[in-house]
Write a protein that binds this ligand. Structure first.
Ligand code: GLY
Ligand code: MN
Ligand code: MN
Length: 468
């Protein structure tokens, strides 16, 4: 039974390696080299917590540092990993080791890392081409060393690969559509993140119920998120959590600090966990003490309507950029209605969109691919369509390939916002309000499924939760 379980859990990784091999066969064959991520020193004797390389883990499920995967076009797979070492395992923990790796990972053969140069020169010899993630620091130089080693054996009739291909784009294309197992993990990650947002809302509501004059430091709210992530088994945050009190919400990449959240302010939290190597990315904006002021509510409802429009535009066959266009239209109309933008200066809705005048209050995109990386890999442009003239979203136009069409199994974020800094001509009651609502959406056969909706979105639902 245990053996069967293991085989089943290895199957997605086996299938991905087989797809990679088939992709290489379709382009003349060769051998692919996939290193995992390096360990990174933090200071002194102290490393950053280790995070595997996303591509490497996608193909192996193996999370140890110091590992390489080699995939040949005929489907043969080879792993290099750290050897067993009683002394090091006392300090750093268990190592799988090359003896156990083939059975545990479903790989054909495994060698210790100190055989890297020998194994690479053997594997690369007489291959037509080498496929590697060329942007990996140091890897092209390392490859050159291996190729030199093969060229030195030329008199024995050995040839070095004549061409190099970028592996990153092949793997990105594979990763952009998620399989059922990946989607199940991402659903769980999004649900954990939604639970953390609910916890943070309740934490603030409780604190202000006890003491309406309280100030809650951003770091204390961040601690609630981290607590919930780990309590539910997530690896940790998928990116630096943003917890922004009041005006800090207008800083897009704000880092939470000692600023205190006060009654009457909004709190913007952009935080998502990573689970089994998959990210979630969720933003909620809520009133510190559980009640929106009229000005906050006015802008909040515009952002919520913009998100609804973007959700409706997220469906198979629609283009990835359609959601942004839909959100921008609602936000820009809202800016005119609320007089954030002066119609006498900027003109009507179409003029605001054409000139990109809305960028004064909405300056980022409405979504991105989500997967192993929070801004996941994958081309945003259609590979097989001719370039067209299109808006560059700065008020100009560019000629480029059209935005890519969405397909079932793709995962995107949908994250409109409004950010109002104090400025002349901007109604004062809106100053320092920053709002973003961000959900994670799986493209389905009919439309999309919002997998992070365990946290409330509408102003009424947020107020109800915080009252309870
Ligand atoms: N948290 C990063 C983003 O929303 O894109
Ligand atoms: Mn986010
Ligand atoms: Mn995002």
């Amino acid at each position: 039974m245990r053996g069967m379980d293991r085989d089943a859990s290895l199957e997605p990784f086996r299938a991905r390696r087989a797809r990679l091999a088939a992709a290489m066969r379709g382009q003349g064959g060769g051998v692919a080299i996939v290193p995992t991520a390096p360990e990174r020193q933090r200071n002194g004797d102290n490393d950053h917590p280790y995070r595997h390389g996303s591509d490497f883990h996608y193909l192996t499920g193996f999370a140890e540092p110091g590992a390489w995967l080699i995939v040949e076009a005929d489907g043969t797979t080879t792993l290099l990993c750290r050897p067993k070492n009683d002394e090091r395992e006392i300090w750093d923990g268990y190592r799988l080791g090359p003896e156990a790796a083939p059975a545990v990972l479903g790989i054909d053969a495994a060698f210790a890392l100190d055989e890297l140069d020998r194994v690479m020169t053997d594997k690369l010899a007489d291959q037509p081409s080498v496929w590697l993630p060329a942007a990996t620091p140091g890897l092209p130089q390392q490859l050159e060393g291996w190729l030199e080693g093969i060229r030195a054996r030329a008199r024995q009739g050995t040839e070095a690969p004549r061409t190099q291909h970028d592996l990153a784009s092949v793997l990105a294309e594979m990763r952009v559509v998620k399989d059922a197992g990946e989607l199940a993990t991402m659903r769980r990650a999004a649900a954990i993140s939604a639970g953390a947002h609910v916890r943070a809302m309740r934490f603030c509501a409780d604190a202000f119920r006890r003491d309406a004059s309280a100030g809650i430091p951003e770091y204390a709210i961040e601690a609630e998120l981290l607590h919930e992530f780990r309590r539910q088994g997530a690896d940790g945050p998928a990116y630096g959590s943003i917890v922004a009190a009041g005006a800090n919400a207008c800083v897009l990449h704000y880092v939470p600090g000692r600023a205190e959240l006060r009654a009457g302010q909004l709190c913007l939290i952009d935080a998502g966990c990573e689970l089994d190597g998959y990210a979630s990315d969720v933003t909620r904006t809520f009133p510190a003490d559980g009640r929106f002021t009229p000005a906050q509510r006015e802008l909040y409802d515009i952002v919520e309507a913009a998100q609804r429009a973007a959700v409706a535009a997220t469906r198979p066959g629609a283009r990835q950029r359609d959601a942004h266009a839909a959100a921008v239209r609602v936000l820009a109309q809202g800016m005119l209605d609320t007089k954030l933008l002066d119609r006498n200066k900027v003109g009507d809705l179409d003029a605001v969109i054409e000139s990109a005048a809305y960028r004064a209050f909405y300056m980022h995109g409405t979504g991105h691919w989500l997967g192993r990386d929070v801004h996941d890999v994958g081309d945003y442009r259609s590979a097989d369509e001719a370039p067209v003239e299109q808006p560059d979203w700065q008020g100009g136009t560019i000629v480029g390939k059209p935005s890519r069409k969405l397909e079932p199994g793709m995962v995107v974020t949908i994250e409109p916002g409004l950010y109002v800094r104090p400025a002349e001509g901007v109604p004062e009651r809106f100053w320092n309000i920053g709002i973003r609502i961000e959900d994670d959406a799986v493209v389905t056969a009919e439309g999309c499924d919002l997998i992070s909706r365990g946290a409330p979105v509408s102003a009424a639902e947020i107020e109800a939760l915080m009252r309870g």
